[in-house]
Design a protein around this ligand. Structure first.
Ligand code: ADP
Ligand code: MG
Length: 246
């Protein structure tokens, strides 16, 4: 098999908020077309790590290397870098005053600056992909949480990112709506999208994840393929965590 390209490489990343040391010497890599699931209890630093990766937070030190290039705000145009890194949040954050279609074409027309008719065409294809082709002209408030999150995924994809980051994408959903969003994410993974997913859905992590990263108290405690991670964890911390999730 051909060697997979490295999309993201993080080396010795540290981040504090005042006296609170939130990320401690994080080393991690994400290979092209892989799904990396980031798990750990609340407060362990998962969101901060994603936000550093997307340059919504500024690292204190360490390296973030995207597709071979070390990124340092100040030397690069961060907005350009961010275009390659899509993000899907727990609370979908759709624009409430725009229809589904308008939500999706907003960034492609204003940031990617593609013609509107092309953006509309691409948006419609994405809506087919997430199973919402009949919701084009509907406002977000008329959709279920699961549908809104699928629109948010389509909106992120419309920027044609090289990697998509998900921060607990199903945590705000009623239980009966979780499955449809996970199915959409699974289909994306099967299409070869590179993804980092913060999740408490261990079934998804086990089934769809190519690699599991477990964080505790700002450190990566254990990192392994799902077969190994879930069946034969090495660290005591991991075993304790897995007991609380099943
Ligand atoms: P997780 O996503 O794993 O629950 P977070 O990355 O959100 O963890 O938070 C890690 C720690 O950093 C927590 O103690 C949290 O309170 C703290 N924290 C997160 N964001 C900020 C911030 N902007 N200012 C101060 N403390 C923060
Ligand atoms: Mg979080």
């Amino acid at each position: 098999m051909e060697e997979q390209k490295t999309i993201v490489r993080i080396k010795k990343l540290n981040k504090s908020f005042g006296d609170l040391h939130v990320l401690k010497d994080i080393d991690m890599k994400v290979l092209e077309s892989d799904v990396v699931c980031l798990i750990g209890s609340s407060g362990s630093g998962k969101s901060t790590l994603l936000r550093c990766l997307n340059f919504l937070e500024k690292k204190d030190n360490g390296q973030i290397i995207i597709e071979g290039e070390e990124i340092n705000p100040g030397t690069q145009d961060i907005n350009k870098v961010r275009e390659k890194i899509g993000m899907v949040f727990q609370h979908f954050q759709l624009f409430p005053h725009m229809t589904v279609l308008e939500n999706i074409i907003e960034a492609p027309t204003h940031v990617r600056k593609i013609p509107k008719n092309q953006a509309v065409e691409e948006a419609k294809e994405l809506l087919v992909k997430v199973g919402l082709e009949d919701k084009t002209d509907v406002y977000p408030s008329k959709l279920s949480g699961g549908q809104q999150q699928r629109v948010a995924i389509a909106r992120a994809l419309a920027m044609k990112p090289d990697i998509l980051l998900f921060d607990e994408p199903t945590s705000a959903l009623d239980p009966e709506l979780v499955g449809e969003v996970l199915t959409t994410m699974k289909e994306l993974a099967e299409d070869g999208m590179t993804m980092v997913v913060v999740t408490h859905e261990m079934g998804f992590a086990r089934e769809v994840g190519d690699w599991i990263v477990f964080m505790h108290d700002g450190r990566i405690v254990e990192s392994a393929p799902p077969e190994v991670f879930f069946s034969n964890p090495r660290e005591e911390r991991t075993k304790e965590f897995l007991k609380t999730t099943s």
